[in-house]
Design a protein around this ligand. Structure first.
Ligand SMILES: Cc1cc2nc3c(=O)[nH]c(=O)nc-3n(C[C@H](O)[C@H](O)[C@H](O)COP(=O)(O)OP(=O)(O)OC[C@H]3O[C@@H](n4cnc5c(N)ncnc54)[C@H](O)[C@@H]3O)c2cc1C
Length: 412
């Protein structure tokens, strides 16, 4: 007997959103989580609006650490580029609380949640997926959704990913939440706790960040895993540089290290009776390491395809591949463009961001990206379309900047 329409493995953002949407569409759904909730997840905790929009604006206020309206990039040249908008770009949150909320939301939608249920193996037969738990129990479903993160056992046991992680294809990060109190956050952000800051890190690490929370500063570094050893001196060096720059002293806090998924659209994420979502599928922006919103959206797509599969009684890989199509359409060109820009390195980012900084159009593009209204690959056409309207402002800003530079040169 097949007990469930869908078994979802992993109650992170991808799995909980998938389980919630499956249950809401009438599928008998089981959500398995190896930990007891709330559980910790090393993460900066910045959730872009395109992720929050999956929840249709219904996010409890106490989960919102800070509402985010801007990004600041401190560039390798020492200049900084800032993009602030009056439209919401996203929020910062504590992952343990945010993820627990999403899991409980899945239960409210009708999914069954089993905590402390570690999956050790998954396989598919001609008519079902079989999920094995560490206590030896085997559970049957028409579809298994692998949402068990970057170290996914589901993807490996189904043969969708190699047994050993290829370090050249994943990222690695270290982060910590430093408790500085609300006043400390205000001081560190110069009274603007609504801006996410990204900054360069010494050595081969790609970048670091300082994210404002209610009483904490979320500080971390990330980059390609293959370049990241040893991580701890780079992290400590970055934290010291932040202390020096912001003129504050950060209390000791627990450092947490974790891999980041990557390369999702170049790998197989679907087979008979199985779909991978979120980090298990590698859906992380290859330039910025952002993954929560993509995890949530891939969960929505997986549930949509699972519901159609149940309606038609079709669980074969060819039918489920509609999931691939939806993901490619939603993230494909953005991930490709991000990978392209990421390969050009910090000097490319420096060149582009320093020139775009201060222009209203650039801030507008940044907020549209964060809200999922456009992808990276839509940037050129968006700029061209808006250029005529923005031209007077652009010229004014350009002339003011030139006057400023000339003034500084003559004074110096
Ligand atoms: C240091 C760092 C900072 C980051 N900062 C950000 C950020 O600020 N913003 C952003 O958007 N992204 C960020 N990311 C990426 C983001 O954390 C991930 O993309 C996101 O968590 C993916 O969600 P997920 O649901 O796919 O996987 P996860 O959040 O990893 O959830 C997987 C779940 O599966 C469970 N699980 C695992 N194995 C099993 C098993 N065998 N059986 C049962 N359950 C299992 C886990 O316990 C977990 O609950 C960061 C990543 C790192 C490493």
């Amino acid at each position: 007997m097949v007990s469930y329409d869908v078994i979802v493995v992993g109650a992170g953002p991808a799995g909980s959103v998938a389980a919630s949407d499956c249950a809401a569409q009438g599928l008998k759904t089981l959500l398995l989580e190896k930990c007891l909730l709330p559980r910790d997840k090393p993460c900066g905790g910045a959730v872009m609006y395109r992720g929050i929009s999956v929840l249709r604006g219904k996010i409890p206020a106490d989960l919102v650490e800070r509402r985010i309206y801007g990004m600041r990039f401190i560039l390798p040249s020492g200049k900084s580029a800032e993009f602030v908008s009056d439209r919401l770009m996203g929020i910062t949150t504590m992952r343990s609380e945010f993820d627990e909320y999403l899991a409980r939301r899945a239960v409210d939608s009708g999914a069954e949640l089993l905590e402390e249920a570690r999956v050790v193996n998954a396989r598919v037969t001609s008519d079902r997926a079989v999920t094995k738990l560490s206590d030896g129990r085997e559970l049957n479903s028409r579809i298994i959704i692998g949402a068990d993160g970057v170290n996914s056992i589901v993807s490996r046991s189904l043969g969708l990913r190699p047994e050993r992680k290829d370090l050249s294809r994943v990222g690695l990060g270290m982060e910590s939440d430093f408790h500085v109190g609300e006043d400390g956050v205000m001081e560190a952000t110069h009274g603007r706790p609504y801006i996410l800051e990204v900054a360069p890190v010494q050595g081969k690490v790609s970048y670091g960040w300082v994210f404002p929370k209610r009483e904490h500063l979320g500080i971390g570094i990330a980059g390609a895993a293959v370049h990241m050893y040893p991580l701890r001196p780079a992290f400590d060096g970055f934290v010291s540089s932040v202390e020096k720059r912001l003129g504050l002293s950060l209390p000791a806090a627990r450092r947490r290290t974790y891999f980041l998924g990557a390369d999702g659209l170049h790998s197989r994420n679907v087979m008979d009776h199985a779909i991978l979502v979120g980090d298990a599928a590698g859906f992380v922006d290859p330039m910025m390491g952002e993954g929560i919103a993509y995890a949530m959206r891939s969960g929505v797509f997986a549930a949509k395809v699972a519901a159609r599969a149940a309606e038609r009684g079709r669980y074969d890989g060819a039918f489920l591949s509609e999931y691939d199509t939806l993901c490619h359409k939603a993230f494909g060109s953005s991930f490709a463009m991000a990978a392209w820009a990421g390969m050009r390195g910090a000097s490319f980012a420096d060149f582009v961001l320093s020139r775009a900084s201060g222009y209203r159009l650039a801030s507008e593009v940044m907020v549209m990206l964060a809200r999922g209204e456009i992808g990276y690959s839509d940037i050129p056409i968006t700029v061209i379309r808006r250029l005529p309207r923005e031209l007077p402002g652009i010229l004014r800003h350009y002339l003011e900047t030139r006057k400023d530079t000339a003034h500084r040169k003559s004074a110096g």
